[in-house]
Design a protein around this ligand. Structure first.
Ligand code: PLP
Length: 356
């Protein structure tokens, strides 16, 4: 029996526009091969940076394109975090937690609920202790919870950041994968472009191309570009040029709509299966993105459930990996098929009574 993975936060195979991307790679090299096949600047492929800058309404000097957005996080964290406080949501994306710990940062988890980060918790953290290096927040379809920060809260957080001179990093790789509801203003836009915005083409085109970007204040953009140059001279330009060609052809919006449709069907299948098989378990109902968060209830241990679940042929990531409570778990619906979702939730339900 093959294991069904609710652990993998990657797109399902049919999300990739394989033929068109192959064509884009050929066209990109034919058009601009001598630039793409050489070294470039640490900042990334200029035509793509210019396009992103226009989209954000900023000067291209503020755009840093990296080998995936996590690489940009590493550059920023290496520059700012060592020995300092960094505020994060609880729970939050596990990789930044590990990176910050390795860099010797003091990670300060802030309370969240169904509407995302609690601004009161942020205010309290800002009133005590040393000035934090930055706040790391994933406001839309958060990894791991799938939750979205409400608009009032967005405004209040931006205001608090301005009042306390707090640097904010808004990480937004999922925001465009929306199934329903109205898009909310980004913290970046609400701040008049003064905070740091980070996003990626990993969830909208392909993670294997490794193309992410940051919009930075001028000084930091220069510093991080130097860090990028000393790390890899210039990022992998072919992936960036393939993305640029895809955008240039006007294929991006259609692709996002197509990918969102594929993922919405998976979200629906998982919500339906969970309601049927695990009616007592509290789960989030994400309006977009890749993940759903479940809480098994007081006294339950998701780590122990995982061991039984793996024996039953299904896997997930326990919430404690993200700084969440012992009863919590992250279920990724992005990678699996509709049938696998239905079967996997049945297997999960079978694993539960043993420990619950
Ligand atoms: C919140 C968040 N930020 C960043 C990343 C990393 O994306 P990239 O592939 O651009 O490095 C991920 C990937 O899962 C993510 O969930």
């Amino acid at each position: 029996m093959a294991t069904i993975s609710f652990a993998r936060g990657v797109p399902a195979p049919e999300c990739y526009a394989v033929d068109e991307l192959a064509d884009c790679a050929r066209a990109a090299i034919e058009r601009d091969g001598t630039a793409i096949l050489s070294y470039g600047t640490g900042l990334g492929y200029t035509p793509l940076r210019e396009r992103l800058a226009a989209g954000h309404g900023v000067d291209p000097s503020r755009i840093l394109v990296t080998n995936g957005s996590l690489q940009g996080f590493v550059f920023l964290a290496q520059r700012l975090a060592p020995g300092r406080r960094v505020l994060v949501e609880q729970p939050t994306y596990d990789r930044p937690l590990k990176i910050l710990a390795e860099l010797g940062a003091e990670v300060v988890p802030l309370a969240t609920d169904d509407e995302g980060l609690d601004p009161d918790a942020l205010e309290q953290a800002l009133q005590t202790g040393e000035q934090p290096a930055f706040l790391y927040v994933i406001p839309t379809f958060q990894n791991p919870s799938g939750r979205t920060l409400g608009e009032e809260r967005r405004r209040r957080i931006v205001q608090l950041a301005a009042e306390h001179d707090l640097l904010v990093l808004e990480d937004d790789p999922y925001g465009l994968i929306r199934f329903e509801g109205e898009p909310l203003p980004s913290l970046f836009d609400l701040s008049g472009g003064s905070i740091i915005y980070s996003s990626s083409f990993s969830k909208t085109i392909s993670p294997g191309l490794r193309v992410g970007w940051m919009v930075l204040p001028d000084g930091l953009a220069k510093e991080l570009a130097l860090a990028a140059s000393s790390t890899y001279i210039s990022p992998a330009l072919l992936g960036e040029a393939v993305v640029e060609e895809f955008l240039r052809r006007g294929r991006f919006d259609d692709n996002v709509a197509r990918v969102s449709g594929l993922l919405k069907a998976r979200r629906d299948a998982m919500v339906t299966a969970l309601a049927r098989e695990l009616p007592g378990v509290r789960t989030s109902r994400p309006e977009g993105g890749y993940f759903l968060w479940a809480e098994l209830g007081e006294g339950a241990d998701a780590g122990a459930v995982l061991r039984h679940a793996e024996e039953a042929g299904v896997t997930f990531v326990p919430g404690t990996d993200f700084g969440g409570g012992p009863d919590s778990l992250r279920l990724a619906y992005s990678f699996v098929s509709l049938d696998e979702i239905a079967d996997g939730v049945v297997r999960l339900a079978a694993a539960l009574p043993v420990t619950a």
